[in-house]
Design a protein around this ligand. Structure first.
Ligand code: AHR
Length: 529
């Protein structure tokens, strides 16, 4: 009978253990469902687990000879009554320095593949003129050229990223531009640079080999472009210590075949990066930048989520040929593209900028941060007076857009370590459509401060969010918020501060959990120490 007793007691023990397990599970499920019922928005950040660095170059910019981006935006000329240093606007330089712009892509865009750099050097009065056929058919007098661009980069303290002409230029032309900028010894190009006032070579690292070569950059097939790239890249030489970081003209949107062919034919050792362009637009009906209803607001934000999907697919193809992730994915044109403002030149692409654009910027930058393993550079189009601009100028006046404020708030992520962040949230719904209402990325900087950037897409509802920080002790939290009363709120020269950051007070710390309420249509950046 003893064994029966033993069996009984064993079975009793098993039952007891089983009961405890069931109780624990019930309790756990109960707690989980309680949390969910109470607050369906939860975020867990593993503060001790990051491995990848968010390159500051994700926060790069793009400025083309287009509309009033260069002329009137940066360049007013030395004789202008507008305060300037050697022709470059002081107010704009000061504003951009505040956001630590890491790199600046120039001279295009489509303009790059029609630009002949030698037209933009030497005495300004002797420089030949050209027609800017892509952008309004206006006369380009070449008064802003290589030396002016390099001066601008030095004043900004930013890395130049020059896009060469493959579409209508020659291998020799591009090769000599590299020599002109980068060679410090005795050579025809270096001598000419010195004659034009620059003794020392600048040592430009980032070189784009053409732009949109599937379209305005020559209407090439990917096979033809890949061969051209190899040829052009061969003659872009490294001089002295400068090692060129060559960027191939990559795909647009969902053109996965372009990526496949470039990765196969150029390969991971043939390029530092491959570009990709993706504008947040509905090409058949771009819509107004300021006059829109909630449906148009929703649709623009919904389009933001197409880019991470496309990036992931391009990255999968890249992984096939480059599992070590040597090649950077360079999103060197992104942002909103709406109808031009009524009464403005259609070729100048001037559009206003609202809190909706701020959310577009916040979501894109979060999604780029999260993919920093491969996305190592990105350039919003375009810095001043064109497309999703950060700055507007009108004669001597200058204002900052909501998009500028997002770049200023997010600069805390530059070169910080990406932290894993697990977000669960409700949907923002409109009719039968839905989007995740919240969007986030988090990083830890070199001093150990944690930054969390959050977007609440819902224009009607604030969101209560519980955020648990694991693997760290939290002492204090502070934050800033960018929001507005209307979905189309924007800044004008008359009212420049309608949308601007404010202190975010609606966050409480308890142990390692932050509880906050994110206002409707807002971008919030928290600093946790
Ligand atoms: O940013 C405006 C234009 O968009 C660029 O010139 C071109 O590269 C893209 O199609």
């Amino acid at each position: 009978m003893g064994h029966i007793k033993n069996w009984r007691s064993l079975s009793g023990q098993r039952m007891a253990v089983g009961l405890i397990v069931v109780l624990i599970m019930t309790f756990a499920i109960g707690v989980d469902s309680l949390v969910s019922a109470e607050n369906p928005n939860t975020l867990i950040i593993n503060a001790d687990q990051g491995t990848e660095t968010i390159s500051r170059h994700i926060y790069g910019h793009f400025s083309e000879h287009l509309g009033h981006c260069i002329y009137g935006g940066y360049w007013v000329g030395e004789d202008s009554p507008i305060p300037n240093v050697r022709g470059i606007r002081t107010d704009v330089v000061e504003a951009l320095k505040k956001i630590n712009i890491p790199n600046l892509r120039w001279p295009g865009g489509c303009f790059a593949d029609e630009y002949h750099w030698r037209d933009g050097i030497g005495p300004r009065s002797e420089r030949p003129k050209m027609i800017n056929t892509h952008w309004g058919g206006v006369t380009e007098d070449n008064s802003f050229g290589t030396h002016e661009f390099m001066d601008l980069c030095e004043q900004l303290g930013t890395e130049p990223y020059i896009c060469g002409n493959v579409g209508s230029g020659t291998v020799e032309e591009m090769s000599k531009w590299v020599e002109y900028l980068n060679f410090d010894g005795i050579s025809p190009m270096a001598e000419e640079r010195r004659k034009n006032g620059q003794e020392k070579a600048w040592g430009v690292k980032y070189w784009g080999v053409g732009n949109e070569n599937w379209g305005c950059g020559g209407n090439m097939t990917p096979e033809f472009y890949a061969d051209q790239y190899r040829r052009y890249a061969t003659y872009c030489r490294n001089y002295g210590d400068s090692r060129l970081l060559k960027i191939a003209g990559g795909p647009s949107d969902e053109d996965y075949n372009w990526t496949e062919v470039l990765m196969k034919k150029i390969g991971p050792r043939g390029m530092w990066g491959m570009s990709m362009h993706y504008y947040t637009t509905n090409w058949s009906n771009k819509g107004s930048a300021t006059v829109f209803d909630e449906r148009a607001y929703f649709d623009v934000l919904a389009r933001c989520f197409k880019i991470p999907k496309a990036i992931d697919k391009h990255m999968n193809i890249m992984d096939k040929y480059d599992p070590e992730k040597r090649v950077a994915l360079v999103i060197d044109e992104w942002g909103t593209w709406f109808d031009v403002e009524p009464g403005t030149n259609p070729g100048f692409l001037f559009q206003q900028n609202t809190i909706r654009d701020a959310l577009v910027a916040g979501i894109h930058l979060n999604e780029f941060n999260k993919r920093c393993e491969r996305v190592r550079m990105a350039n919003i189009a375009q810095t001043i007076n064109v497309l999703q601009a950060l700055i507007f100028t009108e004669d001597e006046k200058m204002i900052l857009t909501p998009t500028y404020h997002v770049f200023e708030m997010y600069k805390v992520h530059h070169d910080a370590t990406l932290l894993p962040a697990d977000l669960r949230c409700v949907d923002y719904t409109l009719d039968d459509d839905k989007l995740p209402a919240l969007n986030v990325s988090a990083s830890k900087d070199k001093e150990g401060k944690i930054h969390i950037s959050l977007c609440n897409l819902d224009p009607n509802k604030s969101a209560k969010l519980d955020c648990e920080l694991r693997g760290t002790k939290v002492k204090k939290v502070s934050g800033r918020v960018l929001t507005a009363s209307a979905i189309n709120a924007h800044n004008t020269f008359e009212k420049p501060d309608v949308v601007k950051p404010a202190e975010f007070k609606d966050v409480k710390l308890s142990g390692s959990t932050l509880t906050m309420t994110l206002p409707a249509k807002s971008v919030v950046v928290l600093e946790v120490e």
